[in-house]
Design a protein around this ligand. Structure first.
Ligand SMILES: Cc1ncc(COP(=O)(O)O)c(C=O)c1O
Length: 389
């Protein structure tokens, strides 16, 4: 039913009216996710308070996310946001023997805030600087040392779509005895992923972007032996071995990553999120990646031909392409008038692709860009060899 792009697109009613290029903020709503959420409402109507069914759904969500990233279910915590998961992890670390946190300036701000908030507990946060739209491996090599506790790393940058060289940075971190935490929020759902092959120590993502789910749910992988060596101080009853023991005097962290959970799980979101992941799995994550690469390449090629400054590295496989604009917010509003939904950050017009986008979408956008070239930053003319005086 969802074997090719055309039939996949039919699952998303918004695409009948709009060109949807904002999966980097929020994935488009499919009929499948809508049905998932209606199933939650129906269960509430039918049974009153079916917490046994809802807890089973929450556990099946854990199994599904574990399968999605190649982990064991007991290595996955379901949390209300990526921030909630990483805060619990940060709260469990000791900053005594090692205290350096090395984080890229391309990371999402919440990650900076979380680690900076650990300063009173001894954390010393260093930011790795970008150069010409990239953060080079050498910059991590220079900053990560034997005093480094953890390297939180964004897989894809939300501002310019730069893809971090995860394997090289993980090796640098591990060679110096530091942990690596991958923030995959701007990429998960766009390609197959395996946390074990990547050898990251922890991984976090959430459901509302390329995983096509509603807001309110994130998941965090923590390698089992690491999880069990840590006791979070940000916790609650769902982080306990038996949440239903109802013992106010006993702190008994759950085995594995579940200890990083805290309060009542977001059940409605879990119903919707499961439907989103299953829809992607039916279509095939490799096919998602292939479609995104074709569209990214076409947009970068077309925008380059128009002379537009592209903030994303030109060899990008997507999913996010960012064009430099003199008025990115204004362009977003202008595009919206023509039924194109995208977003902006600072001076960047963000165009993000998913498997429901087509080359016709790219053509339409290129036409709009051409009509609005004066609001884009165009590249200085190439220096012709021998023309310098
Ligand atoms: C890369 C990245 N990490 C984290 C977040 C925020 O996650 P949360 O709001 O679930 O804490 C975002 C949100 O846009 C993001 O793009």
């Amino acid at each position: 039913m969802t074997h090719n792009v055309e039939s996949f697109r039919k699952r998303f009613p918004v695409l009948r009216e709009k060109i949807y290029l904002n999966s980097c903020s929020q994935g488009a709503l499919s009929q499948d996710v809508e049905l998932g959420m209606l199933e939650y409402l129906a269960s509430w109507h039918r049974h009153g308070s079916p917490w046994d069914i809802w807890v089973e759904q929450y556990e099946s969500g854990r199994r599904l996310f574990a399968e999605l990233i190649g982990a064991e279910p007991e290595e996955v915590a379901l949390v209300a946001s990526a921030s909630a998961g990483v805060n619990a992890l940060a709260s469990a670390l000791s900053y005594k023997d090692r205290n350096k946190v090395v984080i890229g300036e391309f990371d999402f701000p919440t990650m900076g805030h979380i680690w900076l908030a650990q300063r009173p507990r001894g954390a010393n946060v260093s930011f790795v600087e970008a150069e010409k739209g990239r953060i080079r491996v050498e910059a991590y090599d220079a900053l990560v040392d034997r005093n480094t506790l953890i390297v939180p790393l964004t897989h894809v940058c939300f501002m310019n779509g730069f893809r971090s060289p995860v394997a090289e940075i993980t090796k640098i971190a591990h060679d110096r005895g530091a942990l690596l935490l991958l923030d995959d929020y701007q990429d998960s759902g766009t390609r197959p992923i395996n946390v074990k092959t990547m050898q990251v120590d922890a991984y976090v993502s959430g459901t509302l972007k390329y995983l096509l789910g509603p807001p309110g749910l994130a998941f965090m992988y923590v390698r089992k032996s690491l999880a069990e060596s840590l006791v979070p101080t940000v916790t609650g009853w769902f982080g306990q071995r038996n949440p239903f023991a109802f013992d106010v005097r006993l702190l008994d962290p759950a085995p594995g990553a579940r200890r990083f959970e805290s309060g009542t799980p977001p059940i409605p979101t879990i119903y919707g999120a499961i439907a989103g992941v299953k829809l992607l799995q039916r279509f095939g994550l490799q096919k998602v990646a292939d479609q995104i690469r074709i569209l990214t390449t076409a947009l970068i090629h077309g925008a380059s031909e128009l002379g537009i400054q592209i903030k994303t590295p030109l060899d990008s496989e997507g999913p996010l392409v960012v064009l430099q604009s003199k008025d990115a917010e204004g362009l977003v509003r202008l595009f919206a008038k023509d039924g194109v939904i995208c977003s902006s950050r600072h001076d960047g017009l963000r165009i993000s692709f998913h498997a429901y986008n087509t080359l016709d979408d790219v053509k339409f956008v290129l036409r709009l860009l051409e009509q609005n070239l004066e609001t884009l930053v165009t590249a200085p003319p190439a220096v012709v060899a021998g023309s310098e005086s």
